[in-house]
Design a protein around this ligand. Structure first.
Ligand code: TMO
Length: 316
């Protein structure tokens, strides 16, 4: 058999195998299922977590997955661990999964997180009053595009990050429209294109992330987040609407695991209990990929090489 034909046959066999219905719940003889999502620090961190689990003798498998439905998948036992639970984007879905009793809130990383509208600092020269959201709204014309009907354009993240930006625009009566980027890379492309010509642009961004090192910029200050903002319409500046506020400015970053993770994978569970990513850890994981151009596995290796004294403690 020729080499290419052999590869094709093996490929077909693999495809048939992976098409089998997936058996729910990872048993102790099985592999640890780690989800992968659509932003760089998560992809690199997933690889780091997987490498650490391998070091203690576990088998792992990466499962590309929607970043909201992963919480139900973790409750169902199809996913073992979510190592980057961002409060702003995923707090609601995570809380719901905890309420099933099948997911454990394992720990909170040192990294403090924020996810919200963000602009490069040069815009302050032409739009006075920033970072206040009302000032941004007064400057909405500057952010308009040929096809936005005179409204400012906000470049939002992929829809699975579920940021309720359109609801926020509506609740606050802003003269903006939301355009969801298809990927994190598409957001950076919008920013790069605008920054090259010092043109106004307002995008979804988050911290920790690589972008602060590349461009100075600030988050837009919306009315301060309160849990009631997303559950009680009467709360806030608009008494008839939810989402009339910013996202949490000091959000958590957590690890969640399936409730049987400890029983099924005791060695990995011990490692997971010791893990702790700082803000700079998350920054660097993103930066290796988005600025330095490393592939995800290389970026993970780079992080491991540079932080050996840290993770050695976790796998003791
Ligand atoms: C979900 N994210 C961290 C990209 O805001």
């Amino acid at each position: 058999m020729s080499k290419t034909l052999k590869t094709a046959v093996i490929g077909a066999a693999l495809a048939a195998f992976t098409a089998l219905p997936m058996v729910a719940s990872a048993d102790s003889s099985g592999t640890i299922k780690i989800p992968t999502h659509n932003w760089s620090s998560q992809l690199v961190g997933a690889e780091v977590v997987g490498e650490l689990f391998k070091m203690v003798g576990e088998e792992i498998e990466y499962v590309p997955m929607d970043s909201q439905t992963v919480y139900q998948a973790m409750a169902d036992g199809d996913i073992d661990i979510v190592h980057e639970v961002w409060e702003g984007a995923f707090g609601a879905s995570f809380t719901k999964s905890l309420e099933t009793g099948n997911v454990i809130d394992l720990l909170t990383h040192d990294a403090v997180t924020r996810e919200d509208w963000w602009y490069p600092e040069y815009i302050e020269e032409v739009c006075p009053g920033l970072p206040d959201w009302k000032a941004l709204d007064k400057c909405s014309d500057m952010f308009a595009r040929a096809d936005s009907g005179g409204k400012g354009v906000f470049i939002g993240g992929p829809v699975d990050w579920l940021k309720h930006d359109a609801e926020k625009v509506e609740a606050l009566g802003m003269n903006f429209v939301v355009r969801n980027a298809g990927s994190a890379g598409a957001i950076w492309a919008e920013l790069d294109a605008a920054a090259a010509q010092k043109k106004p642009v307002v995008i979804f961004n988050w911290s920790p992330n690589f972008i602060g090192a590349k461009y100075a910029g600030k988050f837009v200050e919306f009315p301060t987040h309160d849990p009631k903002c997303t559950s009680d319409a009467s709360w806030g500046v608009n008494p008839n609407a939810l989402y009339d506020c910013g996202n949490p400015a000091t959000g958590y970053l957590k690890i969640g695991v399936n409730k049987d993770f400890e029983k099924n994978h005791p060695k990995a569970f011990k490692v997971a209990q010791q893990m702790n990513f700082s803000g700079p850890d998350i920054d660097k994981m993103a930066n290796y990929v988005d600025t330095d151009g490393l592939e995800v596995p290389e970026a993970a290796q780079q992080w491991l090489n540079d932080h050996e004294s840290k993770w050695k403690e976790w796998i003791k």
